[in-house]
Design a protein around this ligand. Structure first.
Ligand code: PLP
Length: 360
């Protein structure tokens, strides 16, 4: 078994956390029922707790964030329409064309310099209703924090402006808030403030909050009733899932308030790495640090492979971009070690000239 104890610094994602002893105890103690039949009390408790946090009438437990996002597409759109989102959104790059394959919609990716959509850019991308021969816009999707942009936080004012613009055009808004907890922490607002900017909100339990499984989709009662049907159709209705929901309740009690520590560690990693020649560091706002490899003789595969050999694990993001994510299993020593190993691999003296520099 890997983990902090065997010396690996695993920064690939905040999904790699292992349930803590306390969380495992909560799982073991969970009261369960058959959630597909609607009688798992722990799932019920989690759904009403998350709905309360997000200020929505209802929420529904999903096995994954992708399934909850795809469900939102199925709820808000009809086949043959278009969803406006940021060009490097998770929906575009990481959900394996699910929008097309599951919902029969196309994604209109709006390019931005920093991953943050503006209301003006959204309005410009909405198809005029009068243009009868053009595809029609059915949904606006906002990702917060924005993963590929390095965990960027959508300012609350921007999210509100997008909501208002969408309402003016009679369009619903979905928020992909896989890391909404981090966004709220960094922006100093509540998750409820952000959730008020969208008709449906997806939040994940298995990232910064440290659960083994689970995401939630929140919205009004009617929408969540329909979501329950869609979830079942997608194969995502579960049975004694209270054992998973118990981890969610535990995480909300114990792991939500510590997310700021991950942000401090991400900033520390960025700070320590900034002086490494051959590396451009994108300043983190939350728990994601992006490194662009500036050395022409190395690419992101070379760098992550060399890091891995030295016990520091990061993710290939693009040909030249490597991602590191802090989380509750990463401590200060892990951050110092990661920066030192990065310097050894990429900095002067790094063995870049021996790398094949093959395509990612
Ligand atoms: C922004 C965003 N949305 C959705 C997801 C999907 O979540 P899951 O891995 O639980 O399906 C992720 C996962 O990294 C994500 O970063």
């Amino acid at each position: 078994m890997r983990g902090a104890s065997d010396g690996i610094v695993d920064l690939r994602s905040d999904t790699v956390t292992r349930p803590s002893a306390g969380m495992r105890e909560a799982i073991a103690r969970a009261e369960v029922g058959d959630d597909a039949l609607g009688d798992d009390p722990t799932v019920r408790a989690l759904e009403s707790r998350v709905a309360g946090i997000l200020g929505k009438p209802a929420s529904l437990f999903f096995p994954s964030g992708i399934m909850a996002n795809q469900t939102a597409l199925l709820l808000h759109t009809t086949p043959g329409t278009e969803v406006v989102c940021e060009a490097s959104a998770h929906l575009v790059d990481w959900e394996l064309a699910g929008a097309a394959a599951n919902a029969g919609v196309q994604l209109r990716g709006v390019a931005s310099s920093d991953g943050i959509l503006t209301a003006e850019a959204v309005v410009a991308a909405i198809r005029p209703r009068a243009a009868k021969l053009q595809i029609q816009t059915s949904l606006i999707s906002v990702e917060n924090t924005h993963n590929a942009a390095g965990g960027r936080v959508v300012p609350l004012a921007t999210a509100l402006a997008i909501r208002d613009a969408a309402r003016n055009h009679n369009l619903p808004v979905h928020m992909d808030g896989a890391r909404l907890w981090n966004a709220a922490e960094a922006a100093g607002v509540t998750e409820r403030d952000y959730a008020a900017c969208a008709d449906t909100v997806m939040v994940t339990l298995s990232k910064g909050l440290g659960c083994p499984v689970g995401s939630m989709l929140a919205g009004d009662e009617e929408t969540i009733d329909r979501a329950r049907v869609v979830r079942r159709r997608l194969g995502g209705s579960m049975r004694q899932s209270g054992i998973l929901a118990a981890a969610g309740l535990y995480a909300l009690d114990h792991n939500r308030s510590r997310l700021g520590e991950d942000h401090v560690r991400a900033r520390r990693l960025a700070e320590l790495s900034r002086s490494i020649p051959g590396l451009d560091v994108i300043e983190p706002e939350t728990n994601i640090v992006m490194f662009d490899i500036a050395r022409p003789d190395m690419n992101s595969v070379d760098v992550t492979a060399a890091l891995e050999q030295r016990g520091v694990w990061m993710t290939v993001f693009t040909q030249r971009r490597v991602r590191a994510v802090t989380h509750l299993d990463i401590d200060d020593a892990g951050i110092e070690r990661a920066a030192a190993v990065l310097a050894e691999v990429v900095g002067e003296g790094g063995r870049g000239t021996h790398f094949a520099n093959r395509p990612v």
